[in-house]
Each structure stands twice: as structure tokens, then as C-alpha cells.
Design a protein around this ligand. Structure first.
Ligand SMILES: *Cc1c(COP(=O)(O)O)cnc(C)c1O
Length: 445
């Protein structure tokens, strides 16, 4: 079943609008679409397609914008990049060099963060279902903080840490029952969601944490959703409630040193107007500024999303009775967001000629055997004959990290651009890897 095409009440942004809002990209009249100083066509020729391409300059610039906004608001803050957005070692390593720690949600991400050079003392472990094995690793590595999501999990971690003669530093994830006004699949701060503990039950539970032998409670954490794209009103409401809770806990004599403010800041994929880092810092300051708490932030998408494109080649253009289908060599197994969230992504031609050619509506699709393998419908694009290149924009977060090998399609290569240089940071998965580790049962003929 194809997902219904979302209906917008504004025209799609033009190619010029898309470029103007993305300083990592530029159009060269001869070389075509460039990321920083590298023509994307050169990367396609060298590495093949589909390929994820990330701008180191954009990652650095955004990391600094966020750090500066927190510093200007006078907040004592640390930033822990949510590696699930893009766990490529080269990306996590670059952000570690900018002073970012990591927010991880699995053993795999914890290992990746350590392999990328993030000190254990800057790692936060989040997630609603940490296994005992994951807890053991987090304790053994002595990471900065484990974010607890339930009373049951607190008991389990305390027993484990105590049996190892340790105390685990923990924060309690509170569900503030605030509507983040984002897509239903990525909202997490409503009472109906599986995340955190209801704010009304937090005082009793926090007191219980303080009494457990294997825990060292350091504060609270909250994460209300992802792609929060309508200002910072929901953040304000959440941090206000958290601030109240901090006061209440302290009045009861309980220690609260840190508040982890989560992630979720949205980016403009189309024409959304999400809150700025300064507005987010303002919301934190308004809710928590006078409490003397150490503030933590866990951004993923805002840092990495705009830094990446998915570079793809047209296999063929198919003209049907009423529609033009542009069939790419990238598919929903690579970039899942359009199929999963009806997400809108900008799509630019890579050849300079494509920016001046006449436009007509096209459905841009992948070759996977699903109608939902559709990147967009009715998008105004130039003629895109076989072998033309396109760049799908804002694919740096929840792109490669959500991809699969559905239809036995190997994972795409990943490239990082830095100024005039580029490097393959992850090889295209070889076909042998799709078969590796498989075997027939010994009873098979
Ligand atoms: C996913 C997640 C984040 C990052 O969300 P973004 O929308 O990418 O900023 C931060 N914290 C937690 C607990 C998460 O689950």
C-alpha cells in the first residue's frame, strides 16, 4: 500500500531556495552541484552510487553554533551527540574533537562511540530496554550516566551494580506529558508513549533511587520527541515542568545536580521554521537557569541532518499514462524516511544544466518492490535521463543509520568531504557480506 502523499499549502521551495539555505552546497556553472569544494559528480565517478556524502565543514559549523548558543545563554552545559542519528566513526570522531560526548542507546553504539574516540566519561546511555549485558558494559566502562526509564530498570541496574561492588551514576527519565507536535512515530513525551516515568510519580521514584544500594542518582532527563519543528514552545513547557520537579526534589532533601534536556531540535527539510539554538538555550535558561544545575543536551538530527546528502544515479525514466517516474539506484532500503514518515526531502539535479532546464512533475522512486519505495510524488524536476545524478538533501541523520539490505541491496558507501578533500569513510558493502554467516541446515539436500 502506498502512503498517501502529504498535502502542503505552500509551493515547493525552488532549487535556488534549497541551495541558499544549505551553505555546505553550491552550484558551480561547470562542475555542477558541489559539496564544499568537491563536485558531487567526482565522488559519484570515484565511489559509485548510491553514496552518502557528509560535509565536515557543516558538521563543525553546526556543532559550534550550538555550543556558542549555550555559552551565550550563560549555561553550564555539555553536549552529547545522539549517535543513532549517524553513527559513522568519522562523524562521531569529528564531533568528539569539537568537545561533544555521545548519547548511545545500545551496546553497538557504545562500542562505536568508544572506537570513535569519545571518552567513557562523556557517554550517556539512554533507551527504554537496556539488557543486563549492556548494563554490565556501561558499568565496566564507568560511563558518565545511565538514563533510567522505569522503576523496574532501576531495581535491575542497582542489583547488578551492587553485585559488582559499584554504584552506577543515573538520571531518571521523566515523561512531562508535553505534546512535541511532531510526527506521531517520533513523539515521545506524551503520557501514552513508552518512554520515561510519569512526572507525577517521579518524586516517589527518585527518592527510591536514592535509597537503592547500587545507584548514585545525579539528576533528571527528558526527551520529548524528534524533528520538533514548530518553535520551542513544547521545550519551554517541558523544562518548566522539570524545573518545578527539581525544586520539589530538593525541598525533600534529594540531590539533583544535572538535568539532561534531551534532543529533538528540528531542521527545515522543506519550509518548516524550527526553533534556533538560541531559542532552545533560552527555553532551557527560562526553565532551569536559576537552579545551578549542570545542563546536558543530546542533539542528533540538528547536527547531522543538514550535513549529508544521498547521491544517486537515475537508472531510467519511465513515462506512464499520467505520470513520469524517475527510477533511482537509491531506494527505501537506503533512505527510509519518506516511506516511514511521509518525509519530504529536497532533491537537486547534480549537473549544472539541470538547474536551468524546463521543469515538469515527476515521481522519484527506487527499484524496491514496494509502492512505498517513493521519495516524492509530483515534484517539479528537469528531464533526468539515465545516468543523470541527483542529490537527496538533508540525509545526514536517520539516513545510513536506518538503512537495511532489503531486496538484497548492499549498504551504500559513505564519504566525508572536508574543503577540497574527500575520503571514503565506509566502503560499499560487498555482495559477499550479504551471504556471510549464512549456512544451510545440515539436513538440507
Ligand atoms: C533519539 C534521541 C535523541 C536525539 O534525537 P534528535 O531528534 O535526533 O535530536 C536524544 N535523546 C534520546 C533519548 C533519544 O532517544
Amino acid at each position: 500500500m502506498a502512503a498517501p502523499a502529504p498535502v502542503f499549502d505552500s509551493p515547493d521551495p525552488s532549487f535556488g531556495d534549497l541551495l541558499a539555505a544549505r551553505p555546505g552546497l553550491a552550484l558551480d556553472p561547470l562542475a555542477g552541484l558541489m559539496m564544499e569544494e568537491v563536485p558531487l559528480a567526482r565522488i559519484a565517478a570515484a565511489v559509485g552510487t548510491p553514496t552518502w556524502v557528509y560535509s565536515a565543514g557543516t558538521l563543525r559549523r553546526r556543532a559550534r553554533l550550538l555550543k556558542d548558543a549555550l555559552a551565550e545563554a550563560g549555561l553550564d552545559a555539555s553536549i552529547h551527540y545522539a549517535t543513532k542519528a549517524n553513527p559513522a566513526l568519522a562523524v562521531v570522531n569529528l564531533l568528539a574533537q569539537e568537545g561533544f560526548g555521545a548519547d548511545v542507546v545500545s551496546e553497538g553504539e557504545l562500542r562505536a562511540a568508544r572506537a570513535a574516540g569519545v571518552p567513557a566519561g562523556s557517554i550517556v546511555f539512554s533507551g527504554v530496554g537496556k539488557t543486563e549485558r549492556e548494563m554490565r558494559l556501561a558499568i565496566a566502562e564507568d560511563i558518565l550516566q545511565i538514563n533510567l526509564e522505569s522503576a523496574e530498570e532501576a531495581e535491575m541496574l542497582s542489583a547488578l551494580a551492587a553485585s559488582l561492588g559499584r554504584k552506577a551514576r543515573v538520571a531518571l527519565r521523566v515523561n512531562p506529558d508535553v505534546d512535541a507536535k511532531t510526527h506521531a512515530k517520533i513523539t515521545t513525551g506524551l503520557s501514552e508513549n513508552k518512554f520515561g516515568v510519569p512526572i507525577a510519580l517521579a518524586p516517589e521514584l527518585y527518592a527510591r533511587l536514592c535509597a537503592l544500594p547500587g545507584l548514585d542518582p545525579v539528576g533528571l532527563t527528558v526527551h520529548i520527541g524528534s524533528q520538533i519543528a514548530q518553535g520551542v514552545g513544547s521545550y519551554r513547557a517541558a523544562y518548566q515542568r522539570l524545573g518545578q520537579l527539581v525544586r520539589e526534589l530538593r525541598a525533600a532533601g534529594l540531590p539533583v545536580q544535572r538535568v539532561d534536556c534531551g534532543g529533538g531540535l528540528g531542521i527545515p527539510y522543506r519550509d518548516e521554521v524550527p526553533g534556533s539554538p538560541a531559542a532552545l538555550a533560552g527555553a532551557i535558561k527560562a526553565g532551569l537557569g536559576d537552579l545551578g544545575v549542570k545542563v546536558m543536551l543530546e542533539p542528533g538530527r540538528w547536527i547531522a541532518g543538514p550535513a549529508g546528502v544521498l547521491l544517486s544515479r537515475v537508472i531510467i525514466e519511465k513515462k506512464a499514462a499520467t505520470r513520469r517516474f524517475v527510477i533511482l539506484d537509491a531506494a527505501m532500503n537506503d533512505l527510509l524516511r519518506p516511506a516511514m514518515y511521509e518525509a519530504w526531502h529536497g532533491i537537486l539535479p547534480v549537473a549544472a544544466s539541470g538547474f536551468h532546464a524546463p521543469l515538469s512533475p515527476a515521481d522519484v522512486v527506487g527499484p524496491v518492490c514496494e509502492s512505498s519505495d517513493t521519495f516524492t510524488r509530483g515534484r517539479d524536476l528537469p528531464a533526468l535521463p539515465p545516468e543523470s545524478l541527483v542529490a537527496i538533501l538533508d540525509a545526514g541523520a536517520y539516513g545510513a543509520s536506518m538503512s537495511s539490505t532489503y531486496n538484497a541491496r548492499p549498504l551504500a558507501a559513505e564519504v566525508m568531504v572536508d574543503g577540497a578533500r574527500f575520503a571514503v569513510i565506509r566502503d560499499r558493502q560487498p555482495y559477499e557480506a550479504l551471504l556471510a554467516g549464512q549456512r544451510l541446515p545440515d539436513w538440507a539436500g
